[in-house]
Write a protein that binds this ligand. Sequence first.
Ligand SMILES: [Zn+2]
Length: 587
Amino acid sequence: MKKILTLSVLLVSMSNILTTNAKTIAEELKPTADLVLVNATVYTVNDQQPHASTIAIHQGKITYVGDRKGVKKYIGANTSIQDMQKKLVLPGFQDAHVHPMEGASLETFIGCDLVDISAKVDDPELWIDEIKSCNDIPAPHNWILGGGHDHHQLMNLDRLPKEILDEAFPNKPAAFMEKSSHSMWVNSKALAMVGITKDTPHPQGGKIGKDAKTGEPTGILYDSAGDELMHKALAKTPKLQAARYQAILNSQELLAKHGITSAVNARVYWIRGNLEPWLKAQQQNTLKARNIMALWAYPHLDDDYQLKQLKAMYQNDKASLLRVNKVKFYSDGVPDLNSAAVLDPYGVLVHDQAEPLGGNYFTGKRLAKYITELEPTGFGAIIHAIGDRGTREALNAIEAANKANPKLTGNKRRHYITHVRWVSEQDIPRFAALNVPADTQMNYIDYEDYDSGDYYGDEALYDLLYANNKSNTDALPAIHKAGAKIVISSDWDVASIDPLFSIQNALQEFKGAMPKADIIKLAVKAYTLNAAYALAQEKQTGSIEVGKYADLIVLDQNIFTIPATTIRDTKVILTLLGGKEVYRATK
Ligand SMILES: [Zn+2]
């Protein structure tokens, strides 16, 4: 009996194999495309075949790249042929560092927007009348939440910063995130909600602003101190989860509109329940890009607990539009709060709790422990490092993990550092040596307004902060020259989400390092194939090549031939994700 059963099972499975094989062979004999793009100016980002005019797509994948003549045998009765009218076709952009849900949440549940008022009026005392209206904004939580100011605007007031918010919001806890996202401005009710008093110690990775004379909390929470308060404010409720889901849907429209076909959500606050609405979007098929989740590594959590939780959330099906295969660490903070970790002491300290060598969210030793533990699972680390010491410690941690896991190869080890710019000369060659892509943002400065002095950041302050600095504060061209992969990302909503804005800015950032045409090519590669490499999906996407997903975009002008100062005006007119249209511009 047992034998007969085994045999019949075997026969059934053999016949399955035969039919599957028969289908595959038939398909190969007649590889009819679903869609063929003709008469295009294709820049493939594939060095073997950089240019083409024609692309064939079948079942979401690219089956042909070449000229029009060669595509004939791919065209059948059901093939849709689209004339691209000579427009530029590129691989879809890949944003290796963006905050899709949080960026879109300003309109869904973080309703009190300080961006405009803080740009127009410098003195927060004069904001009170206007921001009082935020008391009336309906929200899926019981807080007043918002952001967009610059924390320097809160530095030289006649009273404690929290007292301004107490006046505007006497009855509700209020919290405002500054535009770099590295500090929170809160009122007394918010401090009381989380029990912060003058006796509360500073948490790992953060500082509680305290008055120099009285020790009273000032109402400014630096770095991780603010994150912990937000967990209380945004702890999950059904209402809030619905708002988060809506923010995700909105973010997908925005990504598709900007030609971004892969996006790394660079900080998933999983304790607040932020992963769940993404899983819902995956289930309901509402995603319009390949979304890669970078789970936030909390500095205050117990290591064993946190590592176990992170591993349990891992998922990495390459065909799915949602993957959970990155962990986001902060090595350090930001220089203008003295929280970036530096090798030489800051030339000036901007607040009473600041330390001359900056701070660490994660020390180098702890980073090494986490990466060593997580990379065998398949997780890649994304490490925020801004200071030269922070960057060195991040490289050291990756190096230590390499040594601890000598057998791991290939895409099991795709860690990258983000915000790379400020690097000690001796660390510059280590990016290439350790195979660590250098991810950076090029959208913080609006070079059109640069000469008029209207740009992101305060140059005079940076001169003071960097007074003792011996490292290279503009290290990207040198890192590129040393052979490392450069990746450009947006960090939206800290700055513009538009890849074309960054690509134009790259001409300024790499000025003098190479000819203009090569800079544009490098910037496109940094936003496509190099990013795909950082995301361990360079075999599936990132260039226009046979066998890869048809993640493609069409632009309204050719960025390689137009005057460089107009690249940022370029618009995406069509976005295809796996051969499917996810965005088309209306005329
Ligand atoms: Zn970010």
